[in-house]
Design a protein around this ligand. Structure first.
Ligand code: DX5
Ligand code: ZN
Length: 219
């Protein structure tokens, strides 16, 4: 069954512990780190990840939307991340490889993320060592945007590469995932769904997680 990773970007940051508790039945917890450079928004940094770690045992799936992420990998690992995603567009390939090596050294799971403009084949130099590929289905930076239908092709292409080179690798999809899009994303080959507004905008976030996990259209 597919995993669901609720994005706390849509939570109430003054009630983060309460809002994390509301999705404690989810598989993972998605933490969006933005630097105002790689994306035009600022969100969460290392101290917040550290605090979250102290308050939950959930698997922390940390999405780094920052320039030159290798600079911060050690800090996010030590803060308690279980998995880190770095964007392939955020630095030169040699520095992306450094970032992955630092994750490995810290015993943290390794992922690369793709903006919508990036081709699926960009994962090829790394795929055999990855625990996950993250495909964006909106332009990174903000929650609550519309799902980009055209990214279904990228999801299928990444799925084919994973099946061929590293079948154990997870395929996470992030952006506009909601009842109505979740089913198609799963069909295209995703194994992890990120959902911010679809979970925290729902009356019952725990139920919203369950519905997404089943890829249901209603509720
Ligand atoms: C966007 C973030 C997403 C965001 C998703 O840049 O990476 O994780 O929280 O939000 P929704 O599910 O509302 O599109
Ligand atoms: Zn994200």
């Amino acid at each position: 069954m597919v995993k669901v990773s609720p994005s706390i970007l849509s939570a109430d940051f003054c009630n983060l512990e309460r809002d994390i508790g509301r999705v404690s039945g989810a598989d993972w917890l998605h933490v969006d780190v933005m630097d105002g450079m790689f994306v035009p928004n600022l969100t969460i940094g290392v101290p917040v990840v550290q605090s979250i770690r102290r308050h939950t045992d959930m698997f922390l799936d940390v999405h780094l939307m920052i320039d030159k992420p290798a600079r911060y990998v050690d800090q996010f690992c030590k803060a308690g991340a279980d998995l880190l995603s770095v964007h392939l567009e955020a630095d030169h390939p040699v520095r992306i490889a450094d970032a992955l090596r630092a994750m490995e050294a810290n015993g943290v799971k390794k992922a690369v993320a793709l903006r919508p403009i990036t081709s699926a084949r960009a994962v090829l130099p790394y795929i055999e060592q990855l625990d996950m590929v993250l495909v964006m289905t909106v332009e990174p930076g903000f929650g609550g945007q519309k799902f980009m239908e055209s990214q279904l092709d990228t999801i299928r292409e990444v799925r084919a590469l994973i099946d061929r080179y590293n079948p154990a690798c997870e395929l996470e999809v992030d952006g506009g995932v909601a009842p109505g899009t979740a089913e198609r994303v799963i069909e295209a080959g995703a194994t992890v769904l990120v959902a911010g507004s679809a979970v925290y905008g729902a009356e019952d976030p725990a139920r919203a997680v369950e519905n997404l996990r089943r890829g249901e259209e209603t509720g």
